[in-house]
Design a protein around this ligand. Structure first.
Ligand SMILES: CC(C)(COP(=O)(O)OP(=O)(O)OC[C@H]1O[C@@H](n2cnc3c(N)ncnc32)[C@H](O)[C@@H]1OP(=O)(O)O)[C@@H](O)C(=O)NCCC(=O)NCCS
Length: 181
């Protein structure tokens, strides 16, 4: 029997962080250590841990973020780091249902990026996909350099008009300052 626990990042135990960091390295080849001193922005994240007893079987995070269309600011949930430690056992889907419930309770547009091979999983979990739409998101780094990537966008529509704009026939560019949220 598994259960999804919701935790603010500062409340994660060192054991939970160790599991998350090890799986981030394995699944996403990520070298940043969450919880380390250089990783301050991590502390505003909300973590979802699907656990069987004490064992984490899947995890993911939401992060409050700002993105912009021109001067207009949108406060969204950025979703990232979705992983199941054991695949195809329903752990990921259960996790995604809990995240959706959380977003219903704290409504904002929710956006993440995913490769084509996983879009179907998100659709099966009741999320929506805009194919190839990451190209409309520009990350501006600290030197002002622009970065573009090209994956699918997964989303839950919130109370603002961000998704309406993004899914229009002529989507605007959306800028943000957070790499790989
Ligand atoms: C993607 C991932 C989180 C799915 O988790 P999971 O626990 O294996 O998925 P579930 O068992 O809950 O599957 C739910 C449904 O999605 C389907 N599914 C799972 N992975 C899928 C995939 N990659 N492509 C298409 N369908 C998939 C399952 O068959 C199941 O279908 P059903 O409801 O009709 O039975 C997991 O494969 C994973 O950790 N991948 C590596 C990390 C990653 O790529 N994360 C996504 C980053 S954007």
């Amino acid at each position: 029997m598994t259960k999804v626990i919701v935790k603010n990042a500062p409340d994660l135990t060192s054991e939970e962080l160790a599991v998350i960091n090890a799986w981030r390295k394995k699944e996403f080849n990520s070298d940043t250590i969450l919880g380390g001193p250089q990783n301050k922005p991590f502390y505003d994240s909300v973590f979802f841990l699907n656990k069987e007893g004490e064992k984490i079987v899947a995890f993911g995070r939401l992060r409050p973020l700002e993105v912009y269309i021109g001067e207009k600011k949108y406060e969204i949930w950025g979703i990232a780091m979705i992983a199941a430690v054991e695949k195809f056992k329903g752990y990921g889907k259960q996790l995604m249902f809990s995240i959706k419930d959380y977003v219903k309770k704290y409504p904002r547009t929710m956006i993440g990026f995913c490769g084509k091979s996983v879009s179907e999983f998100y659709l099966k979990c009741g999320y929506s996909i805009l194919y190839d739409a990451q190209k409309y998101f520009v990350h501006i780094d600290e030197q002002g350099k622009k970065h573009y990537e090209d994956e699918d966008v997964l989303y839950l529509e919130g109370p603002d008009d961000l998704i309406k704009q993004l899914s229009s026939s002529n989507p605007p560019m959306i800028t943000h300052y957070v790499p790989h949220w």
